[in-house]
Design a protein around this ligand. Structure first.
Ligand code: PQS
Length: 404
């Protein structure tokens, strides 16, 4: 049979857009719609990469780790040809078999069971913070809340020393910017990178971690031989890279969506135990991690197209999460009562976010605290976007809250 090869379309559709320019980062959704309409695989000649924006294709590429590998970097830069800006992550920028034991050790440390033990403490902290903000009445949902809560609870859970924690947000911003092209955002961030990188690297050493946190548990896994002692500080670094900005943006985006949709807030206020569903819907509706790349390890056929080996493929998670083919004709609406599970905001497959349990716990506890105390939340001025080559979120969301 020759039907299989005869259906291969040789010329891929192309789009001239720059997905990393300021306007597209601030509002990517119109571009996403054109990307999905153009086809399952689309050329972006500006960066000489391929792109996928439909749910099914993003999902399939994420799941097929043999073809779409991570070991050559999940940014625009191909580690096979360019030196990475930092030592590659043992989790993110690795493939099986190297990836497998490392992932297993981290999954055990960050398991739902282990994270559940933090719930009461996080709920207490969330309640205290929200009590103070509700008293004020008006505050900034980013700088007074979304940036405050994760920075209060996550470094404590890891066991990071107190001094220098102000480095965590800039370090994350730098790491997530660095997955994109070397534009001004990256150049500026890398100029001030050295002292921040030094602080991060020292913070990963056993002597600088508390005796009980996730950091100490990573070192204990090395003692047990699950990972090596050389790998331990690198895995603490993974927590510090991927665990702060992502949750700050995720909580900020959830608050932005809820403040912009008063009827949705009312539903959450009436039933605060919907907080976890509201967070999933917020992740789908405005995904904090918008994009990352894979690299093809071999010539392959995908959705009727031939893709050559060594191609960078940009996966638009935030677009797949709004694909009308998968989510229906209300895919661009924010609805906390929809079935949002199955979204790809945490990725999919063997690399799916290993920190998901702690990220979800942070979001659920803070949204629950707010939902219980606030009957109405309204914007008092326009929100200000925070531009990043990978993350979508807000620098400022001024709000007023009406307590019960
Ligand atoms: C690390 C792990 C994950 C690390 C893109 C990248 C990441 C989501 C999307 C990420 C970044 C860093 N997460 O292990 O250092």
């Amino acid at each position: 049979m020759t039907t299989e090869t005869s259906t291969v379309r040789l010329d891929l559709p192309g789009l001239d857009d720059d997905p990393f320019d300021d306007a597209t980062l601030a509002n990517p959704y119109e571009f996403h719609a054109r990307l999905r309409a153009a086809g399952p695989v689309v050329r972006l000649p500006r960066y000489d990469v391929l792109a996928m924006g439909r749910y099914t294709d993003v999902h399939a590429a994420l799941t097929d780790w043999r073809t779409f590998v991570s070991g050559r970097g999940v940014g625009l830069s191909d580690f096979q040809h360019e030196k990475p800006w930092r030592t590659p992550s043992l989790l993110l920028e690795a493939d099986p078999p190297d990836h497998t034991p490392v992932r297993a050790a981290m999954s055990a440390i960050l398991s739902p069971r282990s994270v559940r033990q933090l719930r009461d403490h996080l709920q207490e902290q969330a309640d205290l913070l929200v009590d103070a903000l509700v008293c004020r009445g008006e505050f900034d949902a980013v700088t007074d809340l979304a940036e405050v809560f994760p920075l209060q609870v996550f470094p404590d859970a890891v066991g990071v020393r107190a001094e220098g924690r102000e480095n965590l947000l800039p370090y994350g911003a730098m790491a997530f910017n660095a997955f994109g092209p070397r534009n001004d955002r990256v150049t500026r961030a890398l100029e001030t990178a050295e002292p921040i990188q030094a602080w991060i690297s020292e913070s990963c050493e056993r002597a600088n971690l508390s005796a009980t946190g996730f950091g100490a548990q990573i070192w204990a896994a090395a003692d047990r031989g699950e990972i090596t002692h050389a790998q331990a500080p690198m895995l603490v670094r993974s927590l510090l890279t991927a665990g702060v900005d992502t949750t700050v943006f995720g909580i900020g985006n959830a608050l932005h969506a809820l403040a912009a949709h008063p009827a949705q807030w009312s539903i959450l206020h009436e039933r605060p135990n919907l907080a976890k569903f509201a967070f999933d819907e917020a992740l789908r509706f405005e995904s904090p991690v918008q994009t990352f790349f894979r690299t093809t390890a071999a010539d392959t056929e995908f959705a009727g197209h031939r893709i050559a080996e060594g191609q960078k493929v940009l996966l638009f998670l935030g677009s797949g999460n709004r694909d009308e083919r998968h989510w229906g004709d209300r895919s661009e609406e924010f609805d906390i009562q929809r079935a949002a599970s199955g979204h790809v905001a945490f990725g999919m497959g063997i690399h799916q976010c290993v920190g998901q349990p702690i990220a979800r716990l942070e979001a659920e506890t803070i949204l629950t605290a707010l939902a219980r105390r606030v009957r109405r939340i309204e914007p008092t001025a326009a929100a200000v976007p925070r531009l990043n080559n990978t993350l979508k979120g807000w620098a400022s969301i001024p709000v007023r809250v009406h307590p019960v």
